[in-house]
Ligand binder design. Sequence first.
Ligand code: G3H
Ligand code: 13P
Ligand code: ZN
Length: 311
Amino acid sequence: MPLVTTKKMFEDAYKGGYAVGAFNVNNMEIIQGITEAAKKLNAPLILQVSKGARAYANHTYLVKLVEAAVQETGLPIALHLDHGPDFETCKSCIDGGFTSVMIDGSSLPYEENVALTKKVVDYAHAHGVVVEGELGTLAGVEDDVQVEAGSESYTNPDQVEDFVKRTGVDSLAIAIGTSHGAYKFKPGQKPQLRFDILEEVSKRLPGFPIVLHGASSVIPEFVEIINQYGGSMPDAIGIPEEMLRQAATMAVCKINIDSDLRLAMTAAVRKYMAENPSHFDPRQYLKPAREAIEGMVEHKINTVLGCADKA
Ligand code: G3H
Ligand code: 13P
Ligand code: ZN
């Protein structure tokens, strides 16, 4: 099976009350860990590549690794550009084998976001590629953009129909209180998501797939392992998994997870290195790192996404 778009995935996810996981990939071990988990659980999958990932690993290497994963697993996998910053980056990914792109115009004034998103949609659709747009801004860090807590803004449901109609996007990322990175809430702060906004958006866009970014849960166990083995991460708080599960039963069809993979991988490497200080073969410490990714993705499929056996 070749790489697929997210079109059918999202139709099925919407109807079935589950979401597809969109996991960020940067190297072979991450791709293998994620795809092994999805294969074991027969789950559909979105592998997403950021601008930073392309700069780190090279576009062609990532495409070929993902193609290898498709060949090895036989799963429906979409290859998606995460947070496309401009038309040129989206075009380069569309021309270079991706089946889905995000154009992130969320920090632009509304009319500029509409115009840029429409330009990407026109090009993408002419090449059989689907597009995710974004309305509302999340706090946190993504690539080189840092949005301070307090400067984020929730999605305005009054804008979503107009945005989708005028741009022709295939899915829409909205801001309802999630944020990028490991530090989503301050210590003592109670994590909250604006389900009222999600509900209002889905009323305005019946049947339309919604995307949640910044959806890592920052499971304390992994931060504790990192700190136990020489790390010094301050208190990190993520989105409770039961809230994400609830969102997945609603209009949310794609849930983005990166930080939880980073934490699992880093915890595994730190632990291995501390317990085996004389080892220096990268295969020795990358094996548990890959297994940690696999375990985390299995956990997400079962606990948050609900997409096991939906491939
Ligand atoms: O939202 C951003 C993703 O976590 C990707 O992060 O830009 O550091 O690759 P990155
Ligand atoms: P997290 O930092 O919460 O994993 O979010 C990742 C993301 O939204 C990628 O686009
Ligand atoms: Zn994101």
